[in-house]
Design a protein around this ligand. Sequence first.
Ligand SMILES: *Cc1c(COP(=O)(O)O)cnc(C)c1O
Length: 456
Amino acid sequence: MHSHDASTEVLTQAVLRYAVDRIRLDPPPLDGPRTAAELRAMAGRTITPRGVGGLEALRVFSDVLAQATISTDHPRFLSFVPAAPTEASILFDLVVGASSIYGGSWLEGGGAVHAENEALRYIADLAGLPAEAGGVFVSGGTAGNLSALIAARHRWRARAEGRHDRTRGLIIASKGAHSSIAAAGRAMDADVVSAEADDQGRLLVDGLRTLVAGLSDDDRARVFAVVATSGTTNAGVIDPLDGAADVAAELGVWFHVDGAYGGAGLAAPSVRERFRGIERADSFIVDPHKWLFAPFDCCALLYRDPQLARRAHTQHAEYLDVLHTDDDHEWNPSDFAHHLSRRARGLPFWFSLATYGTDAYRDAVEQTLTVTRESARLIDEAEHLELIMEPELSVVLFRRTGWTDQQYQQWSDRLLADGTAFVVPTSWAGETVLRICVVNPRTTVDDVQLLVDSLA
Ligand SMILES: *Cc1c(COP(=O)(O)O)cnc(C)c1O
């Protein structure tokens, strides 16, 4: 273990070669899932008292385990939200791993934190947040939403000066909100109520006002946040952020915007206007591991006033208090979310932004939007398909006329099994339909044409 000898050298070369070869695969094989029993049989026993050796463990990974993980960066991986990390971001992820950086405090990780903050600033500027805005990279949208809502609740309770310290809080979201908002409510023991959405899943401001008007005085006093979504995951529609911000302001509560998937659209001039009102958010999240071309796992969590978040999240302990001087310039990422130790997971994103420049990001997001729009046209024109709605961002929902749930599933299974594509059915207004999500600049209209043809 901790020594650099000849066998470490051999292993170094083998692991680096594997990583470099994987980066160069264009496209990588799609691969597909195996059952736990199959993997047990194929991988054999890997954890043993004497070790199987690095080369053998690497062989098991490349021959068995890697082939049982779907390549989310395959250009025809169009389910859920795919991934499309840039070369520079992947390469730098290796560097972050090699550097033993503790990303939780300025004392230990200041250089890395400075770079992460530059990357956060790029996002804050896209959103039009003020100069004091700041935050931290957390593992994902789920963690980001929870941390933002904890800060929101903390401010509500602090303002109530003790009156609400034991009151169960209330979050107002929309029917189209991501499941992680309900999960945050459960984790925080807070209630979540949903305002009406339109038939595309977009928050209705009138519905929000009706919901607020219908609250009892007690419930009204329990509200600590209004949550809007800038890019729903299933349909890619953006809530009217300005209207939601108005209602939050009238209530005097925190306004949180969940842009985990769609927030990247801020970089694209062709859709930027649809995010109007985002600059009024008290907190905002976007996952660079979704549509900003960073590797897993990476969510940018930004606060309008980071000091509020710091009061909610800072951990105090004898061994930690050395980290909290009175220096205004200290920036301990640990203080801005529900975590302490952390990987400097924003660094691969920073390195990629620094390498290619922000214009390349704008162009890459625009390119995926163009492919999405052209794909919607193809689908709309196909006899056997029906477009459910015009895409607002990079999700296309459509149906294959006449197909049963089972036919959709069989088609999806066959495409994955033969390594062609990964597209799973979703449900829309209770009906099984198809959904593709384009975040990979390597996905082409031809890729989508191939799907269209296979559905005939
Ligand atoms: C994906 C997504 C989340 C959850 O993000 P994770 O990174 O998967 O935790 C939250 N909200 C929205 C709108 C999303 O699309």
